[in-house]
Design a binder for this molecule. Structure first.
Ligand code: TNX
Length: 520
């Protein structure tokens, strides 16, 4: 009897010791699996345990600080069930708590970097700006078990591996574009998109708000743009648009997650929705029909008419008022229906209009054919020559090579959604490249950052968005954040494999590429 009890005790001891050991091993591998990979990581000793006694303390003067701390509490609350109260502190670090400190004196960390220390006793983050704290929080969340992403109460323990991390981004501009013109996606979908990209430390959401198939942003001076131009989409569905109030709400939501929204009005091509809404924008004064197909390059604003510039000015004025960020995207791609001698003066004049409303221009690489204004940015998507010309003119470049970053490209021949005019882009191909050595003559100093566009000719709902975007976007996020010397595909795919349970907990419907040794 006694013998049996003793052996049971021994068994219980052994089981709990090994499970403790495996927990520790599991969480150490969490440090090694972070995406984007931090600039530097040193493993520590033991683990920090989050409990129902844990509080979050902030030190520093900025009002945004409390909001960032609160966002951490909100992120962890549903699954842990912990209250995680937020308050200010000065003085001692006490065991069991999380400390967020803003101290503006570390130039290497910049606006978005952070120092994170996790010890057995407490978690401490320091950053120059609240944005740095926000990114540290994403790291902290990734170090917790994946089930922390679930929205229902889960069983702990909630342990994080002790470690010291120093981290900051390679590029200031790390983004994704969502085409809401070919198919319309509502405010809730776009908010989810913001949640997903910001979790991987992206800070830009470029919204492609107008195209041949739809106009998606309310313009008060030209109401028929949305009343008629927003009333359909590819395939003839009912389309939709954002009222200015809804759009402001989106911009605010993004801002809370340190994401800047860049609105794009594509012109002078890709404008059939506008041309169908107002006859006077056409050279022959007759409105076109709404378009439900997927061809490109057939439409153009009438660049010779004065009313066209009144239209552009009104649109840019209202858009600028809705945009706290510095950039307005004016498109400019694939204007095959515009004569070159009309395209150039049009682009020159539109750049002046944007400038007059206090904003900087971003345009697709074709804008290099015009005279690039100081502060304008060219987005490289397919034409290296245009992009080199933009650099010659002093512009910065956003790297969006279609062959690597176009999230609407099929993964391989069997992918049902998407297109393949640029390439098949498997998960390795989306990851295994370097922005500063892709185009001859375009080096790191010329590059503002990286952006992965999702064009939606073939994409109709959130599940389809997620399938095309994940996991490729995670790789692009790492390219934007982590130094290239820290990156290689063989090592990355092991880290990506660990993200499977997290993506599942987040409800992301991702493509389970055979190239990745997925772990449950
Ligand atoms: C090219 S990329 C386009 C888009 C299409 C996309 C489809 C660019 C600037 N223009 O209009 O949606 O290909 O992959």
């Amino acid at each position: 009897m006694i013998y049996r009890t003793l052996s049971q005790l021994l068994l219980i001891f052994l089981v709990s010791a090994t499970s403790h050991y495996s927990l520790q091993a599991q969480s150490q591998s969490a440090v090694e699996s972070l995406i984007p990979k931090p600039v530097s990581v040193a493993a520590g000793d033991g683990m920090f345990t989050l409990t129902n006694q844990t509080a979050i303390y902030v030190e520093g003067e900025m009002p945004q600080l409390i909001q960032v701390a609160q966002s951490l509490a909100n992120q962890l609350k549903p699954a842990t069930g912990f209250a995680l109260p937020v308050s200010s502190f000065k003085g001692d670090y006490k065991t069991g708590n999380i400390y967020l400190v803003v101290k503006a004196n570390d130039t290497e960390l910049g606006d978005e970097g952070y120092d994170l220390t996790i010890s057995k006793e407490f978690i401490k983050v320091t950053a120059n700006k609240p944005a740095g704290l926000f990114y540290a929080i994403q790291t902290v969340t990734q170090l917790l078990p994946a089930k922390v992403e679930l929205s229902t109460l889960q069983k702990g323990p909630w342990e994080l591996p002790a470690c010291t991390i120093r981290d900051y981004p390679a590029y200031a501009f790390r983004g994704s574009m969502l085409d809401v013109a070919r198919h319309f996606f509502n405010v809730e979908d776009v908010k989810r998109y913001i949640d997903l990209i910001s979790f991987y430390k992206m800070n830009i959401l470029h919204l492609h708000l107008s195209d041949d198939q739809g106009w998606r942003i309310e313009i008060k001076a030209w109401p028929n743009l949305t009343a008629h131009g927003g009333s359909s989409e590819v395939g003839g569905g009912k389309g939709g648009f954002y009222t200015q109030e809804q759009y402001k709400d989106l911009v605010r939501y993004a801002m809370d997650k340190f994401v800047t929204v860049i609105p794009e009005i594509d012109m002078p091509g890709h404008t059939n929705a506008a041309l169908a809404s107002y006859a006077e924008l056409n050279c022959n004064d007759s409105a076109t029909k709404l378009y439900f197909g997927t061809d490109v390059g057939f439409s153009t604003l009438c660049t010779k008419k004065e009313i066209t510039y009144k239209f552009v000015d009104d649109v840019i004025k209202e858009l600028s008022e809705l945009t706290p960020g510095p950039w307005i995207h004016i498109g400019g791609d694939e204007s095959h229906a515009t004569a070159k001698e009309d395209y150039i003066p049009f682009e020159n004049r539109v750049q002046q209009i944007v400038k007059a409303h206090g904003k900087q221009v971003i345009g697709w690489d074709e804008i290099a054919l015009s005279t690039i204004q100081p502060g304008s940015v060219a987005q490289y998507w397919s034409n290296a020559k245009n992009s080199q010309e933009a650099v010659k003119q002093g512009a910065k470049i956003i790297m969006s090579p279609a062959t690597r970053t176009y999230l609407d490209m099929k993964y391989n021949r069997t992918t049902k959604l998407g297109q393949h005019w640029a390439a098949y882009i498997e998960v390795d191909s989306a990851y295994d490249w370097n922005p500063s050595s892709l185009v001859k003559g375009i080096v790191k100093e010329n590059i503002l950052g990286v952006e992965a566009p999702l064009w939606t000719e073939t994409i109709t709902n959130m599940d389809e968005i997620e399938y095309m975007v994940f996991p490729r976007l995670i790789g692009i996020a790492e390219i934007g954040w982590s130094p290239p010397t820290n990156r290689n595909w063989q090592e990355y795919k092991m880290r990506l494999a660990q993200q499977a349970s997290r993506m599942k907990a987040m409800g992301i419907d991702f493509y389970e590429s055979k190239l990745v040794p997925w772990k449950e």
